[in-house]
Write a protein that binds this ligand. Sequence first.
Ligand code: AMP
Length: 224
Amino acid sequence: MNLLLYGAPGSGKGTQANMLRSKFGIPHIATGDMLRAEIAAGTELGRQAQPILAAGKYVSDEIMIGMIRNRLGEPDCEPGFIIDGFPRTVPQANALDTLMVELRKRFDRVIYLRVPVEELLQRLSGRLVCPQCQRTYPPNTSVCVADGSALAQREDDKPEAVRPRIEIYLEKTVPVLDHYRASGLVSEIDGRGTIDEISRQVLAAVAAPANGSTAQKAANKQQA
Ligand code: AMP
């Protein structure tokens, strides 16, 4: 089972990815978490990435493609994976297509969590995160229910970085959705319900046959 979670920052990708990881026992590959781990470890890549994340900008395609290439090649990805936060640009999407062909894998589903921009801005500017497990919480929560860690605000959830993150998403990442729409693999889900409601819809989308597969095959036949 290879899944791609697509949506703006604050749309709930991480929460749904955690649910899918527990349900299917496949790794959750979140490029943002990978970068934050590099920053915390003080690696060269972490030092380069830190100011970029803090400003809400994007790390270069070259670095991100290299990172995902290495990660998908690891043995725990063999049974499947859930990608969250990649691809964020059209060149990343093209590189991921090539990589999937090389790995002889295909996506089973692209889940798009749709949330209006005003709500995203509101969610991001108040949210808190568990530094251990990365679960996110609304304002005025103090500890993580999963591991008891004290919650903190992510540097890029500070007001000065939130708007640039949404702006770059609208400019560079929204076009990535069109890249996947043609495949018939995209399931669009309203990301504004309760977590349980959204999880139910995500699981239903994952279980359903690809809605474009039959239509796409018919279209391909007609074109041939
Ligand atoms: P996230 O946790 O997914 O919101 O990612 C946090 C930050 O990491 C983003 O705002 C970017 O600065 C960086 N980042 C994560 N994934 C990518 C990517 N695929 N391409 C470029 N930058 C990324």
